[in-house]
Design a protein around this ligand. Structure first.
Ligand SMILES: [Zn+2]
Length: 305
């Protein structure tokens, strides 16, 4: 079957309530943690921003919310904590929505949709670009040198990377789709019921490329800033880029443990099963080309279990 034919079939199955019927009888082997990044308005033309696949169309995300609400059991991190504490068991098909990086679009487009559908979420935000009103380093490098120039920097040492990539002085326009939230917006978002703010380092370095003291500083300073802006404790963390053993290592995990974090999220693809370490939870990354029928199909069948 061609890709287009498969897509059209899945659209029909979703509209006919097929996935809802299948999932009603299902029990997940762990939590489905969905890893989103940014969102973008439906009116933005295709190809108008770098790393576009990380920014879902507003209508796509709205449709995702409906699928999650209709077929699964959206949970918050506090629900998960309660289940670990033995207070209340998790539902049969727990889904936790997460957003990495701190894009403003999560505040302007995502937060109202999450509220309307009663879906909790965790937003992992970097702090240094928020302070500087700057782009995240990979968006800045992509704008300066092209998208392909970003990947090689992920393999270089922290020192040269910091100088070349993470100290730009250009201020981002407030209407730019790549803009991060302001500290005030992050504070407002943190007070929306069901929303939790988590750490994602100050500058989004590849932690494994940094000396231990610098890793600790990136994690500690980020948490201090987020806690000052929100007035709430920051207990969860998402590793930048998130590949275990590549983008962070065992020493990074030890730092998180020493600092008292209780959840750590990677980009390892899979269900977050009860047996995996609390500070190295798996997720399923979600990109813009995953439309709602495809999300439903993956929830019902395609994600390995
Ligand atoms: Zn990130």
């Amino acid at each position: 079957m061609s890709f287009a034919a498969a897509q059209s079939l899945k659209r029909g199955l979703l509209a006919a309530g097929h996935y809802r019927r299948v999932l009603r009888r299902a029990r997940f082997p762990g939590v489905v943690v969905l890893g989103y990044h940014g969102l973008r308005g439906d009116d933005r033309p295709d190809g108008s921003m770098p790393f576009e696949n990380l920014h879902l169309r507003a209508s796509t995300f709205e449709a995702h919310c409906r699928v999650i609400r209709d077929t699964c059991d959206p949970i918050s991190l506090d629900d998960w904590r309660a289940s670990l504490a033995g207070t209340a068991p998790l539902p049969s098909r727990p889904v936790l929505v997460t957003f990495d990086d701190g894009y403003r679009s999560v505040f302007t487009i995502g937060a109202p949709m999450l509220a309307a559908h009663g879906i909790p979420a965790v937003v992992f935000a970097c702090s240094d670009p928020i302070v500087r009103r700057a782009l995240l380093w990979f968006d800045a490098v992509a704008a300066r040198d092209g998208e392909a120039a970003v990947e090689p920097w992920k393999g270089r040492d922290y020192g040269p990377w910091l100088v070349a990539c993470a100290r730009g002085t250009q201020t981002v326009s407030e209407t730019d789709a790549r803009a991060l939230m302001t500290s005030e917006e992050l504070g407002i978002l943190s007070r929306q019921p069901g929303i939790e703010i988590g750490g994602h380092t100050a500058r989004h370095p590849i932690l494994a490329q940094a000396p231990l003291a610098v890793q600790r500083e990136e994690i500690f300073d980020n948490r201090a800033a987020l806690e000052a802006w929100t007035g709430r404790p920051v207990r969860a963390f998402a590793y930048p880029n998130g590949r275990p053993g590549v983008d962070y290592d065992g020493e990074t995990v030890t730092i998180l443990r020493d600092l008292g974090f209780d959840f750590g999220f990677t980009m390892r693809q899979g269900f977050a099963t009860p047996g995996e370490p609390a500070l190295e939870r798996s997720r399923f990354m979600v990109v813009a080309e995953v439309l709602a029928p495809e999300l439903a199909h993956r929830l019902a069948y395609a994600w390995p279990r």
